[in-house]
Write a protein that binds this ligand. Structure first.
Ligand code: GLN
Length: 476
């Protein structure tokens, strides 16, 4: 990993609270890095006016002798599907152009209450539909390691921003892999918490039964520090659960005696040689460090991608029905009547991929096809949940690659949606099952980062972070 201009998040906050660092300087540093690295197209908008004002407030609190929080003065970047004050929220879709958030996401509120400062909104595939950011209606983010390649998606702007050193952390969302995949392609740490551990209130909904939000950072420690602030029940999101731990940061990493299951189906055909080599070598290092390595088979896993690409569009078609030009963002303004306003707003406002998902989702939910597609997919999903539960009776963690290949070229898959969907083959099952997972950097292949994915049982977030930290130490 290249060296960063940012200290570990904990140290930044300690120095701001101690008066050694000024929040205003940190915000300027973030904004100037964003400006210098514009060619990577990671950022859709900055929130500079509000960020500068908040930095001044934090410095003023410190000079009055107050403690300004566990993230005092730490700049961060939010994926543009989080409602944030200070810039419009577009989810990278034309249909939300001009939409100003009337309130902020719970996650943003919690981070701000801890003293963190949102400085910018990151690019994404529109509505988080995609694996490369090429589905953004506005621009394609470039991979920090090779400008001709994608950063992964859909949180590609967030992952690139972290590795381009624009801020110490960024927020992403992960419905089918969108935190872990870009983390893997860019060489970042991407943490997908247990479903329900972090509130999604104020985050543009994609597929509500799998959507989660999480941190993207350079280190596991930093991810834990951010998770620690965001986790917990929220009255504004009825799917949230109580936090399992008061402190997600107080872990010590040790692999001794840990039972680690290597997912057989992920190490099979289709995995690139370079990725396989890195993952096998990472597993060997874990073995040498005392982990017991066991091969685990989850026979239903090969069906997960098909299941995901039925359930996800079904939920997308429902969640996107609210964008009709009457409440949010863009409205087609030459309509003769309301019906025409709805249809013209939606047909000119949504991009290709959103339309594709609305059509597929409506189809699989329609009477006559519901049983054959949606209901069947839910049955297979239940089977997957049972297989994961059985696996976690046998092992503490599951491991495998995050993605079958390193970052691909811009344009390589953009004309073939099925090829693009295949990128998600190793990430979607985790979402369908609701378990936590992390992608950490595990070497390179053809000069591009490879990500190791570690998966734990539901609510084992703290143990997962501890093990990821131990693995990170071995792979550095
Ligand atoms: N790439 C997956 C999709 O396009 C996952 C997206 C996500 O996690 N937001 O559905």
């Amino acid at each position: 990993m290249s060296t960063s201009q940012w200290l570990p998040i904990r140290d930044i906050a300690a120095k701001v609270n101690g008066g050694e660092l000024k929040a205003v300087d940190l915000v300027e540093r973030a904004l100037s890095t964003i400006a210098e690295k514009e060619e990577f197209a990671a950022i859709l908008a900055t929130t500079e006016v509000r960020a500068r004002a908040r930095a001044q407030e934090i410095d003023a609190r410190v000079s009055r002798g107050e403690h300004a929080g566990s993230l005092a003065g730490v700049p961060f970047i939010a994926k543009d599907n989080f409602l944030v004050f200070g810039a419009e929220t577009t989810a990278a879709s034309n249909i939300l152009k001009g939409f100003d958030a009337p309130y902020q996401s719970t996650a943003i509120e919690k981070l701000e209450a801890a003293g963190a400062i949102c400085v910018a909104k990151a690019n994404l595939d529109a509505f988080a539909h995609g694996s490369s950011t090429e589905n953004s209606d506005f621009m394609v983010t470039k991979n920090p390691h090779d400008i001709t390649r994608v950063p992964g998606g859909s949180s590609g702007g967030s992952a690139a921003a972290v590795i381009l050193d624009m801020a110490p952390f960024a927020l992403g969302t992960d419905t089918g892999g969108s935190i872990r995949l870009p983390a893997s392609f860019c060489g970042a740490v991407g943490y997908k918490p247990t479903y329900g551990l972090v509130s999604r209130s104020g985050v543009v909904a994609m597929a509500s039964s799998t959507d989660v939000i999480g941190p993207m950072t350079r280190t596991v420690d930093d991810a834990a520090v951010v998770l620690n602030v965001m986790a917990g029940r929220d009255p504004l999101d009825s799917t949230t659960i109580d936090r399992e731990d008061d402190d997600y940061t107080s872990f010590s990493g040790d692999l001794k005696g840990k039972k680690v299951g290597v997912i057989k189906e992920y190490m099979a055909e289709g995995l690139s040689t370079g990725v396989r080599e890195q993952i096998e070598s990472a597993i060997e290092k874990m073995r040498t460090a005392g982990a017991e390595i066991i091969e685990v088979s989850l026979p239903t896993l090969p069906a997960a991608l098909a299941v995901y690409y039925i359930i996800c569009p079904a939920e997308v078609s429902s969640n996107l029905s609210r964008y009709d030009g009457q409440k949010y963002g863009y409205t087609y303004d030459q309509a003769a009547d309301l019906a025409e306003s709805y249809s013209k707003t939606r047909s000119t406002g949504f991009g290709k991929e959103a339309k594709r998902r609305i059509i597929i989702g409506t189809y699989v939910l329609s009477s006559g096809y519901y049983d054959a597609y949606y209901k069947k997919a839910q049955t297979v999903r239940t089977k997957l949940i049972a297989e994961f539960a059985a696996a976690f009776e046998q092992v503490d963690f599951l491991v495998g690659p995050t993605a079958p290949t390193p970052a691909f070229k811009i344009g390589e898959h953009s004309s073939d949606p099925l090829q693009m969907y295949l990128t998600d083959i190793m990430t979607v099952a985790v979402n369908l099952v609701g378990v936590p997972a992390i992608s950490i950097p595990a070497g390179t292949s053809e000069g591009l980062p490879v990500g190791l994915q570690i998966i734990a049982a539901q609510r084992q977030d703290k143990d997962l972070l501890a093990t990821a930290k131990a693995a990170e130490g071995l792979l550095a």
